[in-house]
Design a protein around this ligand. Sequence first.
Ligand code: KG4
Ligand code: ZN
Length: 352
Amino acid sequence: MKRLVLGIETSCDETSVAVVSNGREILSNVIASQIDIHKRFGGVVPEIASRQHLEMITPIIKEALAKAGVSLQDIQAIAVTKGPGLVGSLLIGLSAGKALAWSLDIPLLGVHHMAGHIYANFLIEEDRPYLEPYEDMQEKTLCLVVSGGHTDLVYLEGPGRFKVLGQTRDDAAGEAFDKVARVLKLPYPGGPAIDKLAQEGNPEAIRFPRSYLEKGSYDFSFSGLKTAVSLFMQKEFSKGEYALADVAASFQEAVAEVLVEKTRQAAEERGIKRILLAGGVAANSALRRKMTELGEKEGYHVHYPSLKLCTDNAAMIAGMGYYQWQQGLIDDLDLDAVAQLPLEDLSILPGK
Ligand code: KG4
Ligand code: ZN
C-alpha cells in the first residue's frame, strides 16, 4: 500500500513541496528558489523571503501534486518544517500545512529541519546506492550536518535519536562559505560560487589556518579562517602572485580538511563505521571527495545524498514526517514555528 505524505519546506529562501510514498519514494519534489531575488542584497532578506513564500506556496503545492500525478484526496498526512529557521518564513509553510491537514482531516507532522537533512540520506534516488529504510537502521551512524546555520557532528543512536557530539562555536560552515564569498566578491549564495571557482584553483597554493580546538573536542570554529582569508585579500592578494581561484580552492580545502578530520576522529573513537553527510555544504565537491577518500582508505561506509537533496527541499521533510507518523508522533493544530530548536529535543522516540 502506498501511503502518501505531502511535505512542505519554507524555513529559509526555498519554497518547496514534495509528495513522498512510504517515506522513501519521491513522487515529486518541487523547489522554487528565491536566490535571484535575494542576490542583489547579498543575502536573504527575511521580510522579502516570507512574502515570496506566501506568493509561491499555493502554486507550488499544485505543481507538486500534478507532478506526482495525485490529487489532494490521495494525501494521507502533511509534514511541515516547524524549525529551526526564519520565523516569518516558517509560518507560511506551517499555516499552509495546518490548513491542509485540517480541511482534509489528516495528521499534521511538524518536522525538525536538520532531522530532515539527515533523513535525505534514506530517500531512494535512482542510479544511486541507497540505504536501508530509516526505521530499520541498525548500524551505528555518524552524520556530519553542515548547512548555512549549522555545523553539527551528530551520532545517530537509532532512528530519530540524535546525540550532538560537537558543533560550531562561531560561524556555521555554510556561513563561512557565504562570508568568504563576499570578501572574494562572489555572488550569493557563496558556497556554490566558491566551489565552482575552486575547480580552477590550486588547493595547496595558500596554507590557511586550520582550527582543531582543544584535543578531544568535536566542536568547530571557522571565524579565524574567515579572518585569515580577509587579511590575505587585504595584504597579499594585491601583490598579484595568486589567482582568486587559488584563494577559493585553498579556503575550501581548509574547511573540508577540518570537517573530515574531526569526523574521522569521532568515528574512530566510537567505533562507528558509517558516515553520512547532510545539509547544503554536503554538496561541496571537496568535502564529498575527501570524505569518500577517507572511506576508501580507512574502511568507512560513506554516503551522501545527490546535490538536490543536500540543499533545502521538501522530500526530506516528507520522509522524516512519515517516520514520525509511523511512531504515532502526530502534532496538534496549535503547533508553532520555532527559530531555534535543538536537535536533541527530537529524541523522544521509543527506546529512549
Ligand atoms: O541546507 P541549506 O540549503 O540551507 C540551510 O539549512 O542553511 O544550506 C545552505 C548553505 C549555504 O550557506 C550555501 O552557501 C551552502 O549551503 N552550500 C555550499 C554548496 N552548496 C550550498 N557550500 C559549499 N559548497 C557547495 N557546493
Ligand atoms: Zn537546510
